[in-house]
Design a protein around this ligand. Structure first.
Ligand code: SAM
Length: 209
């Protein structure tokens, strides 16, 4: 938990309490429905929470903006971001129902009020968002196909509306066809070894109804 304060020293008391309680809730739920690997549960704050919050080091979401988390699994990156940005509306989707059950239990347990979570394939979501965030769900070309009509028309952030994707490894091949993508290397932000090859990729997307 101290690691969060190292990189986010301005957390409020409410946020600190929520982040503290997060591990307890995941440990508990993970015994019933496995959403996080055992090794990762012990390193929840680095591997899941801080990793999710890397997006916040690239962009500060504005109050009342809308963010979609595609293939959220147990709630990453959506839940940590929702705690950090309580005035932003987060919509979390996953095609596996039991994962959304855990997400909803954690959301209830932390009394988070800015998250809605549904069990659906993202292709069926029919709404527009300022940003679409994700981690470990699909290659960029497939992902783009799923979300291209879900980006709001008006950009009101420092970065243009679009995708903010947590990626790892060598992305040259995967992103070759996306010259507008910007890669933010996480070792520039976090010094822990876990982030060595990790990045946030921003891909601006034009509004397509
Ligand atoms: C490897 S998990 C990653 C979970 C989470 N994002 C994380 O990083 O911990 C991939 C998740 O994407 C979900 N998924 C895959 N394709 C999807 C789709 N088309 N719509 C919604 N969810 C999808 C799967 O059900 C799975 O929970």
């Amino acid at each position: 938990m101290e690691i969060l304060l190292k990189y986010f020293p301005d957390l409020t008391e409410v946020q600190i309490t929520q982040f503290k309680k997060l591990q307890e809730l995941y440990k508990d739920w993970n015994l019933k429905i496995n959403v996080v690997s055992r090794k990762d549960i012990d390193e929840l704050y680095v591997r899941h929470v801080l990793h999710s919050l890397a997006i916040a080091k690239v962009l500060t979401f504005m109050p009342n903006s809308k963010v979609l988390d595609v293939g959220t699994g147990g709630g990453f990156p959506g839940i940590p971001l929702a705690i950090l940005f309580p005035e932003v509306k987060f919509h979390l989707v996953d095609s596996i129902g039991k994962k959304i059950k855990v997400v909803n239990e954690v959301v209830d347990g932390l009394e988070i009020t800015n998250v809605t979570a549904i069990n659906a394939r993202v292709e069926t979501v029919d709404e527009q968002y300022d940003f679409i965030v994700s981690r470990a769900v699909a290659q960029m070309d497939t992902f783009l196909h799923w979300v291209k009509n879900k980006v709001a028309k008006k950009s009101k952030h420092e970065l243009k509306n679009g995708i903010l994707y947590l990626k790892g490894g060598d992305l040259r091949e995967e992103l070759k066809q996306f010259p507008k993508a910007t890669i933010y290397p996480l070792p520039d932000i976090f010094e822990e070894d876990f982030f060595e090859t990790k990045t946030v990729v921003h891909l601006p997307l034009k509004y397509k109804p």
